[in-house]
Design a protein around this ligand. Structure first.
Ligand SMILES: Cc1cc2nc3c(=O)[nH]c(=O)nc-3n(C[C@H](O)[C@H](O)[C@H](O)COP(=O)(O)OP(=O)(O)OC[C@H]3O[C@@H](n4cnc5c(N)ncnc54)[C@H](O)[C@@H]3O)c2cc1C
Length: 431
């Protein structure tokens, strides 16, 4: 892999997401050699992916080059590489660009969409976990409206303008709200010759409330906001199958929709060699102790979405959110240095700063540590927090300007089909 040999201990970090980057920043200028491996050359700010999917933001404003984060850090190396296996016996990481030896290994591979084994849904539904997936969704949404204009079959036209989003967590809620705003503010102007009032946005939630990880009041208010925007909120319904057009559920309710977005769950990204049952908890997460070490390997750590740390306050592990990943990355950075100095490590304690979700213009819900609030103020706090955590000054400025512009003009100008999305099964359409 062409990484110079040195006398410094080599720490390999797999993944330049929230956890990996926070760790790298803590290790800057320390007496260690750090090799960061990621299959993408950019950090992806996932909380704003739904805005890319709905034309509110360009993808480059929520991505940041990993090499730029590491600029000026001595003894840091980035390699664009996909890790395929970890050999814990010989302390080697195998990648698509060759193997590399480690003294310490940090797994920060995050999570991926969980289709819970449903192959039809996996093949035909849209996921929204990466920037390419968000761009696919953006293209598909726009292509559907272009196609709806061309057909005289009312049934088909309705299916093309019917959007079903599965999963009432923040991702589903935010996407549903954004689509509803497009329906109201943009479609009638863009498609004056199409009856866009027939477009439907459906949010389907398996449980009895949306935003189940937030307070009751946040759930209720978010549901009210969505209904006000014209979103159909379906609760206690589980989607069981999809053939590209017909959606079945565990009840009598069915949908006909050309677009099904699956936002109903994630599972950790496991790596061969660390995927034995003894290492994993539910959801494929790597079981770690309070120092983020995996069982039986003091030299291997896992942080962020991929790590399952049980504590009294979080018996099912920490939430798969940016803050636990960032805080674990920071804590591990300190601990690795302490370990190398033969000092005791500090156990990880999660400082829960709360959670938020936005439904649309002037509409958000926030459960902070001391206060719970909803509406316009929550929306401003949501925007401020997201701007603050975005990486890169340029990205912050670009996103801020876009938001101001979109707010003033009631617009989302990135509604471009740059790379048309072709459904994989399109050549043999479902019967
Ligand atoms: C649509 C969406 C909205 C979200 N909204 C919020 C929100 O509002 N607030 C919040 O707190 N959290 C939110 N989250 C969750 C949050 O983004 C994750 O919890 C967070 O990204 C976890 O950080 P991480 O470092 O563990 O992993 P990630 O940030 O996912 O980074 C993992 C990295 O590992 C790399 N990688 C994976 N496998 C390999 C491999 N084999 N080889 C090389 N590289 C690899 C990936 O390319 C990626 O760069 C959202 C997530 C999604 C998908």
């Amino acid at each position: 892999m062409n990484i110079p040999q040195s006398n410094l201990p080599r720490i390999i970090v797999i993944g330049g997401g929230f956890g990996g980057i926070a760790l790298a920043k803590k290790l800057a200028k320390k007496e260690v050699q750090v090799v960061l491996l990621d299959k993408h050359n950019y950090h992806n700010f996932q909380p704003l992916l739904y805005q890319v999917s709905t034309g509110g933001l360009e993808p480059d404003s929520i991505a940041y080059p990993i090499r730029k984060v590491l600029q000026g850090y001595p003894n840091f190396y980035f390699r664009l590489a996909e890790v395929v296996q970890v050999d814990t016996v010989n302390r080697r990481v195998h990648t698509n660009i060759g193997p590399i030896h480690y003294d310490y290994l940090v797994v920060a591979t995050g999570s991926e969409t969980n289709f819970f084994g449903n192959k039809n849904i996996e093949e035909k539904a849209m996921a929204m976990k990466t920037i390419p997936q968000s761009l696919n969704l953006r293209s598909l949404i726009l292509e559907n409206f272009e196609q709806a204009l061309l057909t005289d079959d009312l049934h088909e036209r309705d299916a093309l303008m019917n959007f079903v989003i599965v999963g009432g967590g923040p991702t589903g809620v935010e996407l549903a709200g954004a689509l509803a705003e497009i329906k109201k503010g943009i479609l009638p102007k863009d498609y004056p010759d199409l009856d866009t009032r027939r477009a439907q946005i459906n949010l389907v939630q398996g449980g009895n409330r949306i935003l189940p990880a937030m307070s009751e009041i946040a759930s209720q208010k978010a549901e009210k906001f969505l209904e006000k925007l014209g979103v159909n909120v379906w609760k206690n319904i589980r989607v069981t199958d999809y053939d590209g057009k017909h959606i079945s559920t565990n009840t009598d309710t069915t949908f006909e929709a050309a677009t099904l977005v699956w936002a109903a769950g994630v599972k950790a990204v496991s790596i061969k060699g660390l995927d034995a049952q003894e290492f994993l908890s539910r959801g494929n997460r790597l079981i770690v102790n309070e120092f983020n070490q995996i069982q039986g390997h003091n030299e291997i750590f896992a942080i962020g979405d991929v790590a399952h740390m049980e504590t009294e306050a979080f018996p099912n592990g920490h939430p798969m959110m940016a803050q636990p990943a960032i805080q674990q990355g920071q804590n591990l950075g300190v601990n690795l240095v302490r370990m190398l100095e033969n000092k005791p490590m500090q156990p990880f304690t999660y400082k829960d700063k709360g959670s938020m979700a936005t439904v649309g213009r002037n509409k958000a819900v926030a459960d902070l540590r001391r206060f719970k609030f909803q509406g316009v103020f929550a929306w401003f706090v949501w925007m401020f927090v997201h701007l603050f955590f975005l990486i890169g000054f340029r990205n912050r400025v670009v996103v801020f300007i876009n938001w101001v512009y979109n707010y003033v003009r009631f617009d989302r100008e990135a509604r471009l089909i740059i790379r048309p999305f072709k459904k994989r099964y399109q050549d043999s359409p479902p019967t």
